[in-house]
Design a protein around this ligand. Structure first.
Ligand code: PFF
Length: 455
């Protein structure tokens, strides 16, 4: 039967460790690295934020990636099925679907932002650099709902085209091409940025920890960023883990993914912080302005450099690749869940997701324009979806995963899964983190984000 294309036997597969690492790194390296990381680093302490972030990545992040990947490979299922394998009662049902719905909710608004990136790349390529550097260009674009919708659809079509190609011929192939190019482009822009006159102060602020800048918010924001950046607790790592063979070394590939993701975040920091520092004469409020940094400040910085068109094209091409490979992972996970649970073909799952994307994505597009007056908890649609998924659902899903791994599956089984392919080098520290540190840290993130919104 046609529907069996999504069954266990014909389940997609990565060709090996390199393909898998590129695809997971493709998911991890995204808007979060280039857009979110630099301004959070600038806002929450510079070098000290970076230090806290690095410690979290190699401890907490590492333990969670290893857990999810092992769960995926062990069960050969996307999140719903992975939870089900260990129990068929309501809590497992809820745990699985709760996790599976997260990428379905993120994907639409992520593609809306992907559309903005695509539009900027086009404008740079057409030689419109001076226009992009003008005050009001970005807000005028956002409020023109039709145009935002159009770019969102164009970006989404690219993502769907890859997903229809399948795991190996679509996701893996595109990641293998885009990720190395992305690194080269990132290095070019970073070198250019740190060699601008006056940029050195910014480099120092970003790289040298100053303990006076430390606060609780440094830790909380670094932790939230780490989850988002590494695509943890969204069902993605479970799904991608289900596409690998038993000979893939989970520890080694996790380290490589973390190296890639953190490397690009570092490069993005080096691209943006020193250049903006030099441009604004060290005015921190420009750097801390948040999301507008990339779409409003950077075009001005690029123009002031004299070769705005060239840097703009390189930067936004890199940004586009980063956004595309992440959006691909979000859609792939959603399609995989539908295939596994409802036995839908890849095509049918794509049609369903296209409808979801159009409905939810359009809400996000219009939220900046004609639906500007509609607010949910004081937020427009895009911000609300971002808050709901990252600040509320992701921590709950992460807690559920810790519970599943520690209390239901048992750490012994996880150890055995990892030891099939290699010795489990960081076993002791892994146990300690997943049992004690992770639940406490995740609870802190959840409480702080809820308090933030209520306060
Ligand atoms: N990790 C991606 C980024 O840093 O932009 C974003 C992301 C992709 C988040 C996939 C969640 C996800 F499931």
């Amino acid at each position: 039967k046609k529907t069996s294309s999504s069954s266990q036997n014909s389940r997609g597969k990565f060709s090996g460790r390199i393909g898998y690492v590129m695809a997971v790194a493709g998911s991890a390296v995204g808007l979060g690295n280039i857009w979110r990381f630099p301004y959070l680093a600038a806002k929450y302490g510079g070098g000290i934020f970076l230090l806290v972030y690095l410690i979290l990545v190699v401890t907490l992040g590492y333990a969670l990636i290893v857990s999810e990947t092992a769960l995926g490979r062990m069960t050969k299922k996307s999140p719903v099925g992975a939870f089900h394998v260990f129990g068929k009662t309501l809590p497992f049902h809820l745990g699985g679907w709760f996790t599976a719905i997260i990428p379905m909710l993120i994907c639409p608004y992520y593609c809306v932002i992907g559309g903005w990136v695509l539009k900027y790349l086009f404008d740079y390529a057409l030689g419109n650099a001076p226009l992009l550097a003008q005050d009001g260009t970005f807000s005028a674009f956002l409020s023109s709902s039709g145009s935002v919708e159009l770019w969102f659809i164009l970006f989404s079509v690219l993502v769907f085209a890859v997903i229809l190609g399948g795991v190996n011929k679509g996701v893996e192939r595109v990641s293998k091409i885009m990720m190395p190019i992305l690194i080269v482009l990132a290095i070019i822009v970073a070198i250019y940025s740190v060699t601008r006159p006056g940029a050195l102060e910014g480099v120092k602020y970003f790289l040298i920890p100053n303990f006076d800048n430390f606060s609780l918010m440094t830790v909380v924001s670094a932790m939230g960023q780490m989850f988002y950046s590494l695509s943890i607790a969204m069902g993605i790592l479970i799904t991608y883990g289900s596409y690998i063979e038993k000979d893939v070394d989970i520890e080694k590939s996790t380290s490589q993914v973390e190296f890639f993701d953190t490397g690009v975040a570092l490069l993005a920091g080096l691209m943006i912080i020193p250049a903006v520092f030099a441009f604004s004469g060290g005015d921190m409020s420009t750097l801390q302005a948040g999301p507008s940094l990339t779409f409003i400040t950077l075009p001005k910085v690029f123009s002031s450099m004299g070769i705005g068109t060239f840097v703009g094209v390189v930067f936004f091409l890199m940004f586009l690749f980063a956004a595309l490979t992440s959006a691909i992972s979000l859609l792939e996970t959603s399609v995989s869940t539908l295939g596994d649970e409802l036995h839908w073909s890849r095509k049918k799952s794509c049609v369903f997701m296209a409808v979801v994307m159009i409905i939810l994505g359009t809400c996000s597009c219009l939220g900046f324009g004609v639906w500007d007056s509609i607010r949910i908890f004081g937020m427009q649609f895009l911000d609300f979806f971002d808050f709901l998924t990252n600040s509320v659902m992701m921590p709950i899903s992460a807690l559920a995963t810790c519970f599943l791994v520690v209390k239901v599956v048992g750490l012994k089984k996880i150890d055995e899964e990892i030891e099939i392919s290699s010795q489990f080098k960081r076993k002791k520290i892994y146990h300690f983190i997943i049992k004690y540190v992770a639940p406490i840290c995740i609870t802190i993130i959840l409480l702080s984000s809820v308090a933030n919104v209520l306060g």
